[in-house]
Design a protein around this ligand. Sequence first.
Ligand SMILES: [Zn+2]
Ligand SMILES: [Zn+2]
Length: 205
Amino acid sequence: MGETKHAPTGSGKARSGGPLEAIARMSSTRANYLVGQAADFVVSFALLAAAFWYDHSQPLASALVVLLGLFIFSFIEYAFHRWLFHGPVPLFEQGHTLHHEKPLGYDSLPFFFPPIVILLIAGALALVLPLGIALLLSGAIALGYALYGFSHLVIHRRRFNHPLARKWAAVHHVHHHHPDKNYGVTSPLWDWLLGTWYVSRSKVR
Ligand SMILES: [Zn+2]
Ligand SMILES: [Zn+2]
C-alpha cells in the first residue's frame, strides 16, 4: 500500500511473504479471533484486579469510575464504527466492509493489538491520573471493548429466544442492511443521541 510504482526491485520493506503479510494472514483465522477475544477479557480483568489490589478503600467511587469507563467506551465504540469503519480512510474501512459482506467471517485485528493499545492507554492515563484511577478507568474501557467483541460475536452466531435479546440483536442486523444507521452494537445510546437510530417507515407515519 502506498508503494511507488518505480521502486527498484529488492528495496523497501513491503516484500510479499514478509512479517506484515503473515500477520494479515493470521488475522483472518478463527484461532486469532478466539484468542483475541479471550485476550481482551484477560487484559481487562488484569487491569481491574491490579486496581483492586492497589486500592480498594472506596468501593462506591471505584464502581463509579468503572461505570464512567464503560460509558466512555460506548462512545469510542460508536465513533470508531461511524467515523473510521464507515469513514473515508480505506485502511480502516476495508476490513469492516469485509465484515458487512461476510458477517460470519473471522477477519479481525491481530490478537495482540488491542491488548497493546489498552496497555498504552493505561500508561498514558497513569501519567495524568492517580494510579488506582488510571488502572480502573483503563480496565473498564478494556472491559467495554471485550464485551463489545463478545456481543458482536454472539449477535452473529446465536439465535436468541428471549424477545429483548432478539430485539437487541436485530438492531445490529438492521445496521448490516442500513450501514448509515445503528452504529452502536452494545447499546443504542449514541444512535439515539446523535440521530442515527433506525426508525422503520411503518413507525414514521
Ligand atoms: Zn456485524
Ligand atoms: Zn458497520
